[in-house]
Design a protein around this ligand. Structure first.
Ligand code: HEC
Ligand code: HEC
Length: 382
């Protein structure tokens, strides 16, 4: 072997060695010494700058019955929906790192199979403490034009709402700087935030914006009653009679607060005292506004998906729909702020006969949307 030949062999060996080392670079941001490797990084300078891809704008798919009768959904200008934002929000909704001991995510209390409510009467936080109100289902929030959230309306917008549970001592019991630091140190989140907001620097506002984007996609509009309105399904005589009772001022008289075929949200999203107690222990809206005229008023819940959202009322006092219907029929209690629409309080309620109660319940169950609670787009992506 000539000297030249051995030099060439040596060079080849060195080259192979170098490329083998570069293959062993760690995943992560690139840096000046090129110790880490990331395909999407812009430069080898340690800045963790990634190629910015503009997020893809997203339009909500609006179900026929909702689109026909309601104005466009509300979306704040500073948080436009994007595919990347929705995907990030979904991941965060299921992210346990947002809680103090990394064990509880939003979805821990808001379960898809329960239309994003909690089947427990009161949810348990990370310290084993119980809250005092029923966890609300989450759907069709983009059509809540008052933009007031929680049973007592204390949060403005779902962005504002999402700030609360992370720090609530009976819920996720974390502080935002810790929650953000955990996401910042994660090997996926910085790049995902960059893809949505153009910067890797995470903060609580961006977290809640992404979560709100995901929540706006939680749309329920394909129950049996929607199919009936689209001419694709028939109602049984019992279900039809139940609907008539619901709509009849001399019957159940439910529609003033709970919607109708032309308000397919099945809630007015307003606050009422529906006569649960002679002396309300939880003041509801009154505790938020400080106005005694608001005492005992709570947000009207939607009647969609009731089959998945038991127990019922802000304090989960009723385990079944039969109990709820009995209450409206016979057990109303007078208090000074009771809604004037609860016209029959003096007689205890709307006095439905047993058959009418059965039919009313049958109608209420036609508002169950199985597609919503099984839609794979809303499940845990992690
Ligand atoms: C420990 C259980 C628990 C966890 C965890 C939790 N929630 Fe809730 N959520 C509740 C309860 C209880 C309520 C009702 C509280 C009230 O009205 O005072 C509620 C209410 C809501 C509402 C209001 C719905 C409406 O129609 O007004 C939204 C939206 C919501 N939660 C989203 C979230 C998000 C987002 C997270 C995660 C950041 C989260 N929740 C974490 C229990 C929980
Ligand atoms: C004056 C307005 C009003 C009228 C009329 C009314 N409701 Fe309600 N409904 C409410 C409010 C407000 C709540 C929540 C009360 C609370 O938790 O403190 C509620 C709660 C409910 C719930 C519990 C839902 C859940 O997710 O917890 C059901 C079911 C219900 N109503 C059905 C009916 C039916 C059926 C009728 C007619 C017989 C009716 N409502 C009439 C305002 C009204």
């Amino acid at each position: 072997m000539s000297i030249l030949q051995s030099k060439i062999i040596l060079l080849v060996l060195v080259a192979v060695g170098v490329s083998a080392t570069s293959c062993r670079k760690k995943e992560g941001c690139t840096d000046a010494k090129a110790l880490n490797y990331d395909r999407k990084a812009k430069a080898d300078n340690g800045t963790c700058e990634y190629e910015v891809t503009n997020p893809t704008s997203y339009s909500l798919e609006i179900p026929y019955t909702i689109g026909k009768y309601l104005p466009s959904p509300y979306n704040p200008e500073d948080n436009p929906l994007t595919e990347e934002g929705i995907a990030l929000g979904r991941k965060l909704f299921y992210e346990k790192k947002l809680s103090g001991d990394n064990t509880l995510s939003c979805a821990g209390c808001h379960k898809q199979e329960n239309a994003f409510a909690d089947p427990d009467a009161f949810s348990t936080g990370i310290d084993g403490l119980l809250g005092s109100r029923s966890a609300m289902p989450i759907f069709n929030a983009a059509w809540n034009y008052s933009r007031k959230f929680f049973w007592d309306g204390r949060a403005l917008d779902i962005e504002g709402q999402a700030l609360g549970p992370v720090v609530n001592p009976v819920e996720m019991h974390e502080i935002w700087p810790n929650a953000v630091a955990k996401l910042q140190a994660d090997n996926e989140y910085p790049a995902l935030f960059k893809g949505v907001f153009g910067t890797e620097t995470i903060d609580s506002m961006k977290v809640v914006k992404a979560i709100a984007q995901f929540e706006r996609t939680l749309i329920s509009g394909n129950a049996k009653f929607d199919k009936y309105l689209r001419g694709e399904s028939q109602l049984t005589p019992s279900e039809l009679n139940g609907y008539n009772i619901f709509m009849d001022e001399a019957g159940g008289d439910c529609f003033h607060c709970h919607g109708s075929a032309t308000n397919p949200l099945w809630t007015d999203n307003k606050f009422h005292n529906n006569g649960l107690d002679a002396s309300p222990a939880d003041l509801g809206l009154g505790a938020v506004t400080g106005d005694a005229n608001d005492n005992g008023k709570f947000k009207t819940p939607s009647l969609r998906n009731l089959i998945y959202t038991a127990p019922y009322m802000h304090d989960s006092r009723f385990a079944t729909l039969d109990e709820v219907i009995n209450f409206y029929s016979l057990e109303l209690k007078y208090s000074p702020t009771i809604d004037p629409l609860m016209k029959h309080v003096a007689a205890g309620g709307v006095q439905l006969n047993p058959q009418d109660r059965i039919d009313l319940k049958a109608f209420l169950l036609t508002l169950s949307d199985e597609e919503f609670v099984t839609n794979p787009k809303f499940s845990n992506p992690n």
